[in-house]
Design a protein around this ligand. Structure first.
Ligand code: NIG
Ligand code: FE
Length: 420
């Protein structure tokens, strides 16, 4: 039976009766809800919702369905994590210890660690083992409430290994019942063998990686790490222009390590999103205000690397939309729990819980071009939801940082019990 009626919900949050595709500025203050609610999921879609008083009047009362009682619990749209690197071979806690002892993330990267360390490990692992590791992470994340996700390549850095990563993402797309977007991030770092020949690596991306990826239909988006010590704005322009020729819209890493023109480059290239933004001044905010590019902050990265938090409150006050994502990766953010992202947004970035939840639902969905069907509650939208444990209020989720407040994840109107 594929229909599910959930009753006695303490509050159903994330309603979007206006058909919004994203929320900007003041709109982010509202995370609309109905108290003492029900929701009916039919054939994978939300087909009715309202207050329990209205339930008896509903026209679906005669159809077949399972019932779930959610007394004391909240229901929200599932988290949309629009920026991750969950396909990787191994963790990198040795670099974590080096940083504790005083080395910076950039020093470790410049000495051949960091992304290049992950690329070395990725070369050694088979596609099958890489798939198993990534699928395990994805299963876990869905259990923590993530119901749509973006996954990047970028630890391959050779034609064969970038294809290996993207094929793993393609298999995840096939095997998991949630929306997954694949982003090609060949321009994540310059491999050692190209250190004296940056142009050679950029040409390899443009002339070999992109055509092969296109031929297999392996990517939805193109990313470049446009930052100090990585790719310059001019190199990024060239790479993104090539990506567009293969139909790939940009979603770029920018302004993590300095005021390096990443935001301006993203806007100039009409990027769907620009992500990180730890170094964002008035100038970057003004630039974003004249664009459709979604600013995406990654507070888990700031927490773990001890770098500034993106000034998202200023962005919201200026009228911008703000999205938050996990950035789950083995170097800067070895954690993909979106509940913790929401906690950091509230405790460190001073977002209200409502602003933070909008940032990880509807605005996350905008950053993946799926907000017509995901990231909010509305009739006909996909029934991807999360059900909390019995808790006092929505604010308890960010307040109880590190606690797992999610009891169940609903995917396409069914309770998710893990893949297979
Ligand atoms: O988003 N900054 C660039 N890329 C990743 C980290 C990659 C790594 O250290 O493995 C990030 O933080
Ligand atoms: Fe990242």
């Amino acid at each position: 039976m594929s229909n599910l009626l959930i009753t006695n919900i303490k509050a159903l949050y994330g309603l979007n009766n206006e058909g919004l595709l994203k929320k900007c500025g003041n709109e982010m203050q509202t995370f609309s809800s109905i108290n003492d609610a029900f929701i009916f999921c039919e054939n994978g879609k939300i087909s009715a919702y309202g207050s329990m008083d209205e339930l008896g009047l509903s026209s679906f009362a005669n159809s077949n369905y399972e019932t779930l009682d959610a007394s004391g619990k909240f229901i929200l749209p599932g988290y949309v994590d629009s920026h991750t690197h969950i396909v990787f071979a191994q963790s990198r806690e040795e670099e974590f210890v080096m940083r504790i002892k005083g080395k910076s993330y950039e020093e470790i990267a410049a000495a051949g660690g960091g992304i290049l360390n992950s690329a070395e490990k990725l070369k050694q692992i088979s596609e099958q083992d890489l798939y198993v590791a990534a699928a395990g992470r994805l299963n876990q994340l869905i259990g923590f409430g993530t119901t749509s996700i973006e996954i990047k390549s970028g630890y391959g850095l050779t034609v064969a290994d970038e294809l290996k990563m993207l094929r793993v993402i393609a298999r995840l797309k096939q095997d998991f019942p949630i929306p997954i977007k694949a982003t090609f991030l060949g321009a994540h770092a310059i491999p050692l063998e190209f250190k004296q020949n940056r142009k050679g690596y950029i040409d390899l991306i443009i002339n070999e990686m992109l055509p092969n990826i296109y031929a297999e239909g392996l990517a939805d988006y193109m990313d470049v790490f446009c930052d100090k010590g990585f790719f310059t704005p001019e190199e990024t322009d060239e790479l993104l222009e090539a990506g567009y020729k293969y139909g790939l819209k940009p979603k770029i890493h920018g302004n993590e390590l300095g005021y390096t023109g990443g935001v301006q480059t993203a806007v100039k290239n009409n990027a769907l999103s620009v992500d990180h933004l730890e170094y964002t001044s008035e100038e970057e905010i003004n630039c974003l205000l004249h664009s459709n590019t979604m600013p995406v902050a990654l507070p888990g990265c700031s927490f773990f690397l001890g770098i500034p938090y993106a000034p998202v409150k200023k962005m919201i006050n200026a009228g911008l939309p703000v999205c938050l994502a996990s950035d789950y990766n083995p170097g800067s953010t070895p954690n993909g729990r979106m509940g913790f992202v929401v906690s950091l947004a509230c405790t460190q970035m001073k977002l209200t819980p409502e602003e933070a939840f909008n940032a990880v639902t509807i605005n996350g969905a905008y950053a993946l071009e799926i907000s017509d069907n995901h990231g909010s509650i509305g009739i006909g939208k996909t029934a991807n939801l999360l059900i909390t444990k019995a808790i006092n209020s929505l604010a308890y989720i960010p307040y109880a940082f590190g606690e797992d407040c999610i009891e169940k994840t609903i995917i396409n109107g069914r309770i998710f019990n893990g893949k297979n």
